[in-house]
Design a protein around this ligand. Sequence first.
Ligand code: CMC
Length: 431
Amino acid sequence: MSSSSQIAKLQLGDQTYELPVRVGTEGNRAIDISKLYAMTKHITLDDGYGNTGSTMSTITYVDGEAGVLRYRGYPVEEIAERCDFTETAYLLIYGELPKGEELEKFRTNIRRHTLLHEGMKTLFAGFPPSAHPMAILSSVVGALAIYDKDSGDPGDPIQSEMAIYRMLAKMPTIAAFGYKQSIGQSFIYPNNSLTYCQNFLHMMFAVPSEQYEMDVDFVNALNLLLILHADHGQNCSTSAVRMVGSSNVNLFSAISAGICALWGALHGGANEACINMLEGIMAGGRNLGKYIDKAKDPDDPFRLMGFGHRVYKNYDPRARLCKTVCNRLIEKYGGEDPLFELARELEEIALSDPYFIERKLYPNVDFYSGIIYRIMGIPKNMFTVLFALGRVPGWIAHWREMHLSPTNRIHRPRQLYTGHTERKFVPLIKR
Ligand code: CMC
């Protein structure tokens, strides 16, 4: 899928080196430096990997300048309108939209694995009520490797398929059980006659003593949000999954690492941080100007949460879709939401401020997603769990792509050492 008809020339002292230029299917270009160290004894340096392509990938195309996102070539807007989450997962993992019977088999295989080993319930019981659901999620997903030992070898195609089904099937159960444990309610077991999104809402919100009436708009909103979060190229958590997975560890451990990476406020944790910020602004008297000034102040660590992106230098297409869903749900449930009003105002001010214009800072997916979750009754500390639920197909797709690649090898970046040169050891009594 890539050609290398061009070369780049690198001049180091009086030596000239030729490096192949790889061209992607969308005309994007990369200078291939994989042989650079062998040729020159030099490494490249790129703190934060802002300019480093860690792999070639056929899964997701992001054009940050144009604000374009495509899964396996299909615009995310079209996928969001026409697919459900499970179908999207199939597309991301296997590369093509499934035919009818393929999709049915995929759904059946996922349904068959929604239950957890009964012994795992003791894990939940051991967590204190104050435990953050992301910590619970990463721990319990990691623990799947203890219980599902026959799906641990990434080199075995049958075991890998089993691991994929189990991961997709058990993630909603783990997420919902973690929540139920934290609020002291009994676990609600999966009901396999429901769809993926319905099942998650059922496990989250049903109680044994009452009939749970599911709101179809909430199911649709959840479906959309999960699709929008399903993949985004080599982001921090996906890179973590690839990095950890490259040691040939099992899928569950690699995804547990991805969940930890996602938790941070600069990544998936931004949806929770964004609502905290909006609530703080509201509680502080809606002084929007003060917060815009704080965000612009280089000496103030405050950042406008849900704004800015390493890749998007345009409106994040996912944020646009989230905003539309916010509008739709708010219209249905009373016509106003003070937090949504505040977010819209904040966006308007920021998008007309030279600081944000010059730096091309726009709302990202996390700016409006939390408002949707709030309307659905999802507690704030579960927002990033929902991001993780959506991102599982992407993590799996990258893990699978990596293991199927003939050039796959353990990920091991180098460093430019800037510490002490060799020095003489000083015994304890002389220090
Ligand atoms: N508020 C104020 N200033 C910002 C913001 C922001 N949200 N984001 C970036 N900037 C400024 C930053 O201070 C820098 O200014 P200067 O050039 O004067 O030093 C400039 O814009 C470039 O920012 P950067 O930190 O070099 O950009 P980055 O690519 O390293 O970071 C980011 C990207 C998403 C971490 C950052 O924009 C940020 O912290 N945003 C808030 C957190 C957030 O919303 N994260 C969710 C990301 S989208 C979903 C996901 O992937 O999880």
